[in-house]
Design a protein. Structure first.
Lengths: 306, 306
């Protein structure tokens, strides 16, 4: 408490604490993270802090959505401090023995969703991600829970699970947080060579080129994807290889021949060890004409490698 | 309210009502049924009524666990009246358009569990049953939720899902309710010919013969199943055919060669259109030596067909 926030290191502590908050009639906003928090998370926490009495942030690198055997680099103490700086009042930092005891069995299945979009690149991703995200919501029972549109698939599927499982909470879909260059903030883009970041910027530009083509009247998916592909020019890329460019329906992540709004535009590139996801979720005619609502950072680029 | 209980016909009504109950500090016991309630449900409701201020009973024939296209016979009004007679204070009777809207997607996956025991006979059963059961618990957010050990697989898997999804409720496993003959009460055994019921009684007897063999020191699964099979004598059955006799571990429903406690003994027979499940869940040495705790009815048999 000396730091101005409460940190719970176990679910049982957190459960008692959350029950006390609810009993006191306080509204609770929740943000659920894998750790390695940055200003993007900060902006989401800030929104939650404006709309709720308390902001609960969980910091837990969910093994079930990460590459098997990989070690996720994060510093729980630094994450708690950053979250608090932006308005978090309560932090939950459990360990894996508590989150996945040996008898753990229950995962979600949302049908073909999990095989589409991000799921075509990382087949286990959605299953692990949506199950853990929804477990956090069930555990925290927030008044409102905040999910960023950096991860379009996650946000749509979490919202679906919350509705399907009759969870009594409001899912707030928060705009993507971007540098002025258009690049979405992400821990894996920080401290990379400048040339790599400049190359990566073409991904956002390709999204915008595609959006403008649709806004100009083009409805044929294949043609739009070709225009995006031409701008991206993956054969001339030095740092990244293209995994896919997709245009999909938010209802089922199917990829239609002729498109209409709402739609998801999604690009995945890889630098070998890691995949990088970028997308536009165009929910309305306004999103289509002006680009989706965005939270803009002051910086133009992520910090470069020295 | 003129009937002495509150009936909610939609989830939104029920949600508001449940929030009010919780806000008033009342403890809530929940029972979730498919409808067609009988004295077996009544006994469970009675236990919940002793332990809680309010007892919420849901009455909904969950399509996702019933044979596709089948019509489940029940009378919601009669079910509400019966539930109230045994102590239910609040009834939830929603319709399918609300429970499974066209965008519905989220089901549970608990691994090989769903392919074993009951799942070998009805492959879709557990998926639909455990998802809906757990949705009800998430929706109702009871202090305690009551699940009968007539359906051993369901109770174990619901308990697993509640723990895995971090749902803040106590799962109360309630003993099986049996007629004095040993037959477990079930709507599908009512109003059948007397000779059919007498034949069905052999299923319970076979469980008991098996249990006593284990209590006597036999540990080889195959031999125990043979003894049960000999008693059941399915080739001499007129009304039923044997689907299986299984001895399985509660942890994963695997069928070990050499058994120990805890264990599930399970028999499924069929009369053609319907399957009939009977089992013992032996959780302790006491269960093994004395038979599992049972709630005994006054009647010796279910009501026969006239």
């Amino acid at each position: 408490m000396t730091k101005g926030y409460t940190r719970w290191n176990s679910l049982s502590e957190a459960s008692a604490g959350l029950n006390a908050l609810r009993a006191s009639g306080k509204t609770i906003g929740s943000i659920h993270s894998l750790g390695a928090l940055h200003e993007g998370h900060g902006k989401v926490i800030q929104i939650a802090a404006k709309e709720n009495d308390c902001v609960v942030v969980s910091v837990y690198p969910n093994a079930a959505q990460l590459a098997p055997g990989s070690v996720y680099q994060y510093d729980a103490e630094a994450d708690c401090d950053l979250a608090h700086k932006f308005g978090a009042t309560h932090l939950i930092c459990p360990d894996t023995s508590e989150m996945y005891p040996s008898e753990y069995r229950t995962f979600f299945d949302q049908g073909d969703y999990y095989k589409r979009l991000d799921g075509t690149v990382v087949p286990y991703l959605f299953r692990g991600m949506i199950t853990m995200s929804t477990r956090w919501i069930i555990f925290t029972r927030p008044t409102r829970t905040y999910w960023g549109l950096k991860d379009i698939g996650q946000t749509i599927l979490v919202n679906r699970a919350v509705k399907d499982l009759l969870i009594d909470t409001e899912v707030r879909e928060v705009p993507c947080v971007r540098y002025k260059s258009g690049i979405a903030i992400s821990s894996r883009l920080m401290n990379q060579p400048e040339a790599k970041i400049l190359e990566f910027q073409r991904v956002y530009e390709a999204l915008e080129v595609g959006r403008k083509a649709i806004a100009g009247g083009l409805a044929n998916s294949e043609k739009i994807i070709q225009i995006m592909h031409d701008h991206l020019n993956p054969s001339a890329m030095k740092y990244f290889s293209l995994k896919y460019i997709k245009i999909a329906k938010p209802l089922d992540f199917e990829e239609p021949t002729e498109i209409d709004i709402p739609l998801i535009m999604h690009i995945v590139v890889s630098d070998g060890p890691k995949n990088y996801f970028e997308g536009h979720y165009l929910r309305s005619q306004t999103d289509l004409m002006n680009a989706p609502e965005t939270i803009w950072l002051d910086d133009y680029y992520p910090p470069f490698k020295e």
